[in-house]
Design a protein. Sequence first.
Length: 131
Amino acid sequence: MARQPATRAGALRELVRFEAKVPATDGWGQEIPGSGEWTEQFAPVNANLRPLRGSEAVIAARLQGEQPYIMTIRQHAAAAAITTAWRAVDMRAGSNAEGKPNRVFAIKAPPVDPDGKNAWLEILVSENAES
């Protein structure tokens, strides 16, 4: 039997927004996909973050920690568009002095319906990863 996701509204304690890069244009008017600024794709949603076992990766000769999570959100039509090119931003963590969000999650796998009841979506995300 499959594990039950967070099925109570009280378990959705995080507030996240999903962002994707809009295509920028080069000097001749051609669109360059994924090269623009991050823009919000739909209204912020409540989420539950369940941490998994973390890992460390060597990137550019430096050791960098990476913490994966299972993010659970309510099922809705706009969430079907979420891809691994998007990112999730924790809205309660605020922003730094440069206006960049303090807590960003790279989406590692597209959303799945864990129990087949179209009530919840689970998304594998990773904090401190390249997004």
